[in-house]
Design a protein around this ligand. Structure first.
Ligand SMILES: *[C@@H]1O[C@H](CO)[C@@H](O)[C@H](O)[C@H]1NC(C)=O
Ligand SMILES: *[C@@H]1O[C@H](CO)[C@@H](O)[C@H](O)[C@H]1NC(C)=O
Ligand SMILES: *[C@@H]1O[C@H](CO)[C@@H](O)[C@H](O)[C@H]1NC(C)=O
Length: 497
């Protein structure tokens, strides 16, 4: 087995280097290079993984019979010449036994203290699945696209989530949705390995429900549901990822994203080592994101659909994060394209606005400048709960929903974003307006306000997660969102051009 394996790996590496050079295309006099392992989702030999998070991005308790909520679908393709033409077959790198691994079961690299700890176990399982899926490449190997699912229920009586990274005692319910004990459960997960449908079309899926007692085969009435189905014809175009997310009375706040995460280090919202797709980490201002988005069903008025959410982590003094949850701060910026989402930032409510806006030609407009500040371009700004020098008035972010403090800059479609190729009008990119976007995410994120302690050197804005999907933020009735995503690419400009 030894020699052929080495040959195969060398072959893959050679192919990747070639693709890497080809994908460096010349556009508008600048060199664009793909930052992802699978530029434009065109690689037939797919790498995709699944993860589920509870309210503070941990596991808490595994769902019975499911194992740790981390899974993957990764395969290589071999072809044989037959009389009738080429015949393809898939060789999977991850088995169902791998996907079912959960607490108590041995896992390579697992420290004894982590064997029975569901949070630590999930971290190690993600690294292990990553090792099975890893593709050799330059400048770094990469592992998979990540499908992330999160349940927004928080049982405040459980004391499970820290407050801005600090362990705090339980507190009375009321502030967060929770139907009672067990509301932070992990979902049932069903996996259909990628297979040929007949012809050269491949398809696979993950789906499931948070309602552990319910059977989705009997219909989805009154129960929550999530599904991602991926499909592609060998040698043609992009994988298409078809998503569905449905809330229920017991699970009114759910999130489902497809993420390009860092291949090592802390991706947005994590405080532990992760695996992903970004073999080069994009840094503001020199990168763009290309993708095709087709929204079929919106998910109701509370569905905050993100036509790109970017996540990173740096400390309030500008230093990079190091895993110390008391001083690390997750930074997110996201544009919400549901036209039913209004601006919470307004001249009468400047606490929900960032202190200032920066124009494409680098002019600062303060939020008290009512004649010029683009209030309608901001849904909501909230500052990190551990910041010491905040400009008043201010709203601070939810201290419990991340393992550490967080800062959010939420945008809305507005003419002010035109220079960056972002949606400029409510309804852009929404149902019936499927498009391929080329977003100057680097240029825009370079000019967003993010909090820093006075007098500290500005943080390097290096983004460890780039996500697309929806957060149905506490719906008052059962809602279904449905969308497809394809052609995802992150492109950066080389410095020597
Ligand atoms: C893990 O839990 C099992 C079952 O309760 C127990 O037998 C085992 O000793 C525990 N392992 C460690 C390392 O704590
Ligand atoms: C969920 O996926 C399974 C395959 O794993 C499929 O048989 C089933 O129809 C799907 N359920 C729904 C409700 O779509
Ligand atoms: C507006 O806010 C800025 C920054 O806080 C401050 O320097 C300026 O004096 C304010 N202007 C007015 C008219 O209040």
């Amino acid at each position: 087995m030894g020699m052929p394996m080495i040959h195969q790996h060398l072959h893959v590496l050679f192919l990747s280097v070639t693709l890497f050079l080809i994908s460096a295309s010349v556009a508008r006099g600048k060199q664009y290079i793909s930052a992802v392992g699978d530029p434009g989702m065109k690689r037939d030999e797919l790498r995709v993984a699944f993860e589920a998070w509870n309210f503070c991005n941990e596991v808490g308790k595994e769902a019975p019979g499911i194992g740790s909520p981390r899974a993957a679908d990764c395969f290589d393709i071999s072809s044989k010449l037959h009389r009738k033409g080429k015949h393809f077959s898939l060789r999977h790198c991850v088995t169902e036994a791998h996907n079912k691994l959960g607490v108590g079961k041995p896992l390579p690299g697992l420290a004894p203290a982590a064997v029975n700890n569901s949070d630590l176990y999930a971290v190690q399982k993600e690294l292990y699945l990553g090792s099975l899926c890893q593709v050799a490449d330059v400048p770094s190997p990469w592992q998979f696209w990540m499908i992330m699912l999160k349940n927004g229920n928080y049982d405040s009586k459980s004391g499970l989530c820290p407050e801005n990274g600090k362990k705090v005692p339980p507190f009375p319910p009321g502030r967060f949705p929770c139907f009672g004990e067990g509301c932070m459960n992990q979902p049932n997960l069903y996996h259909q390995h990628t297979h040929f449908l007949g012809g050269d079309t491949m398809r696979g899926s993950f789906n499931g429900t948070y309602d552990l007692g319910s059977d989705i085969k009997g219909g989805l009435d009154g129960i929550s549901f999530f599904e991602v189905v991926w499909e592609k014809t060998v040698g043609v175009g992009s994988w298409v990822f078809n998503h569905k997310l449905k809330t229920s009375k017991k699970y009114p706040w759910l999130m489902l994203y497809l993420r390009a995460d860092a291949t090592k280090g802390f991706s947005g919202g994590y405080h532990y080592d992760t695996r992903g797709m970004l073999k080069t980490l994009p840094e503001s201002p020199n990168f763009k994101v290309r993708l095709t988005l087709d929204i079929k069903q919106g998910g109701g008025p509370k569905s905050q659909f993100y036509l790109i959410d970017i996540g990173s982590c740096w400390k309030n003094n500008g230093a990079p994060c190091n895993g110390d949850v008391l001083t690390d701060v997750t930074r997110y910026s996201e544009m919400i394209i549901n036209p039913e989402t209004g601006a919470w930032c307004s001249p009468n409510n400047v606490a929900n606005c960032p202190p200032y806006h920066i124009t494409p030609d680098n002019k600062k407009i303060y939020r008290n400048d009512t004649a010029h500040f683009p209030y309608g371009a901001y849904h909501y700004y909230c500052a990190p709960g551990n910041a010491q020098h905040l400009e008043q008035p201010v709203s601070t972010c939810d201290p419990y929903s991340n393992p550490q403090a967080q800062e959010l800059v939420q945008l809305l479609p507005h003419p002010i974003w035109a220079d960056y190729g972002y949606p400029t009008k409510q309804g852009n990119g929404w149902i019936g307006d499927s498009r391929t976007w080329e977003l100057d995410v680097g240029g825009l994120s370079d000019r967003l306000y993010f909090y820093q302690d006075p007098g500290t050197p500005p943080a390097r804005r290096i983004w460890t997660s780039i996500d697309v999907g929806t957060e149905i933020f506490v719906s008052d009735k059962d809602e279904m969102a449905e969308w497809s995503l394809s052609d995802f690419d992150v492109l950066y400009t080389s410095h020597d051009s």
